[in-house]
Design a protein around this ligand. Structure first.
Ligand code: ZN
Length: 402
C-alpha cells in the first residue's frame, strides 16, 4: 500500500490544470500529499487505497492552488499616509514634493532602516496576504537606489521567506527612480547601476529577476535596454513596469527582451500586445494602483484576449500608489474596474501568476508532482472570491503539504 502524508477528501477542486477545460474542476475530489508535493489528485471514487496517517474531510469546500501575488514592493520603511492626508486637504504634487514627499521620502526612510527593521515593517503586510491564502509572493527592491540599500532590501525579502511558510521571488528594481544625489543625470545613474550595483546583487545571488520603471518620470527605453542587456549577460530574466502613465513602447521593449512579464499596461497599444503575445511575455494587471491614483485609462484587456496574451493579477503593494495588502480585493477590482471574468481572475492569481514568476513547473496548478500549495475556501461558488469586498472566506491554507 502506497504511503502518503495526508489526504483531503470531500473537496471541489479547481486544479487549473491546462489539460482540463475551464478552471479544471473536479467535483467530489480527493488529494494526497507526500513530501510536500501532490502525490495523487482526482475523483474520490477513483482514489487508490493509501496508507495515510491523516485524513481530512473538507465537507464540500472549494480548493484552489495557493494564491501567488506576483508583483509587490512589500519591503520598505515608513509610509506615505501623511502625504495622502495633505493631498486630500488640497495640496498639489509640487507642494508635497517640496515638503520632501513622494518616492524619495520612502527612499530616505528605507536607507535609514536596518535589515531587521525592514523585515519587521514588512511582516504584518506579508501576514495579511498569507491570511488570504497567498503561498507565493514576488518582492522588489527599488527604495534603496544605492548598492547597499538595494541589497539590504533584497536580503530582507529573502529573510521573509525563511520566517513564514511562503515562497518568495526577489526582483532587483534599481531603475525605479532617480535618487537625489544623482539629480539631473539619469544616464550616469544607469551607468553606475549597470557597472556596480546589478553585478554586485547578482554575485550575491540576491535577485531572481530584474525590473525597471520605464516612464517619463523614471527611465526611457534606451536606459531600460541598458539595464536589460546587463541582466541578460548575468543570466537574470527581466520584467518591466510598462505603459502605466503613457505609451513609451514599454510593452514592445519588454517583448524584445523576452521579458517574463510587462506590468500595468494601461496605455499599451495593439502593436505592443501583439509583440507580447509573440514573445510569450505576460500581462500583469494592477488594479490597486489604477484605483488609488484614480487612473481613467483602462488596460487593453480585449487586445490581450484577442492576441492570446496571458493575464495575471497582483496587488502592486507599495506605499505610494497602491498601499494594498489584499489580493482578494485586487481580484474584486480586476472584475469591477477591468471587467475580467471570474475564470480569468482565479487563473490570474494562481496559474498565470506562477507563470509570470517562472514557477509554473513547480506550483500554480494542482497536478501530481507539483508542490502541494493550497487555498481552501468556505464558499459555495468560486465567483464569491472576487464578488465580495473586505471579506475573507479562507478556511485553511496549505504550503508544501503543511
Ligand atoms: Zn510596481
Amino acid at each position: 500500500m502506497l504511503r502518503v502524508d495526508r489526504i483531503w477528501t470531500g473537496a471541489r477542486i479547481a486544479t487549473l490544470d491546462p489539460a482540463r477545460p475551464g478552471l479544471g474542476i473536479i467535483e467530489s475530489a480527493a488529494l494526497a500529499t507526500r513530501g510536500g508535493r501532490i502525490a495523487w489528485i482526482g475523483p474520490t471514487a477513483e482514489m487508490p487505497v493509501f496508507n495515510a496517517p491523516e485524513r481530512i474531510d473538507l465537507e464540500g469546500r472549494w480548493v484552489t492552488p495557493g494564491l501567488t501575488d506576483c508583483h509587490t514592493h512589500l519591503v520598505y520603511a515608513g509610509n506615505r499616509a501623511h502625504e495622502f492626508e495633505l493631498r486630500l486637504a488640497g495640496a498639489s504634487y509640487e507642494a508635497i514634493a517640496r515638503a520632501g514627499g513622494g518616492i524619495l521620502s520612502t527612499v530616505k526612510a528605507t536607507r535609514a532602516a536596518t535589515e531587521a527593521e525592514l523585515v519587521e515593517a514588512a511582516l504584518p503586510r506579508l501576514d495579511a496576504l498569507i491570511a488570504e491564502g497567498v503561498t507565493g509572493i514576488e518582492i522588489k527592491s527599488g527604495y534603496g537606489l544605492d548598492t547597499d540599500t538595494e541589497a539590504r532590501q533584497l536580503r530582507a525579502a529573502r529573510a521573509l521567506g525563511s520566517l513564514r511558510p511562503v515562497t518568495v521571488a526577489t526582483t532587483f528594481l534599481g531603475a525605479h527612480a532617480l535618487p537625489t544625489e544623482a539629480e539631473g543625470d539619469k544616464d550616469g545613474y544607469i551607468a553606475r547601476l549597470c557597472a556596480q550595483t546589478l553585478p554586485a546583487i547578482a554575485a550575491e545571488g540576491l535577485a531572481d529577476a530584474v525590473d525597471a520603471f520605464m516612464e517619463h518620470i523614471a527611465f526611457d527605453g534606451a536606459q531600460t535596454a541598458r539595464v536589460f542587456e546587463v541582466a541578460k549577460r548575468l543570466g537574470l530574466p527581466v520584467r518591466l513596469h510598462a505603459d502605466q502613465l503613457s505609451n513609451l513602447g514599454g510593452a514592445k521593449l519588454a517583448a524584445r527582451y523576452g521579458a517574463l512579464s510587462a506590468d500595468h499596461l494601461e496605455h499599451t497599444d495593439e502593436e505592443g500586445a501583439a509583440a507580447m503575445a509573440r514573445a510569450g511575455t505576460m500581462a500583469v494587471l494592477l488594479p490597486g494602483a489604477f484605483y488609488f491614483i484614480r487612473e481613467t485609462k483602462l488596460p487593453p484587456v480585449e487586445l490581450f484576449r484577442k492576441h492570446g496574451v496571458k493575464i495575471a493579477l497582483a496587488t502592486d503593494s507599495n506605499p505610494g500608489s497602491s498601499p494594498l495588502t489584499s489580493l482578494l480585493l485586487a481580484m474584486n477590482m480586476g472584475a469591477t474596474l477591468f471587467r475580467l471574468t471570474v475564470d480569468e481572475i482565479i487563473a490570474g492569481v494562481t496559474r498565470e501568476a506562477a507563470r509570470a514568476l517562472g514557477w509554473l513547473g513547480e506550483t500554480g496548478t494542482l497536478e501530481v508532482g507539483k508542490w502541494c500549495d493550497l487555498a481552501i475556501w468556505d464558499v459555495e461558488r468560486l465567483a464569491e472570491l472576487p464578488y465580495r469586498m473586505g471579506f475573507n472566506p479562507l478556511h485553511k491554507r496549505v504550503w508544501r503539504g503543511q
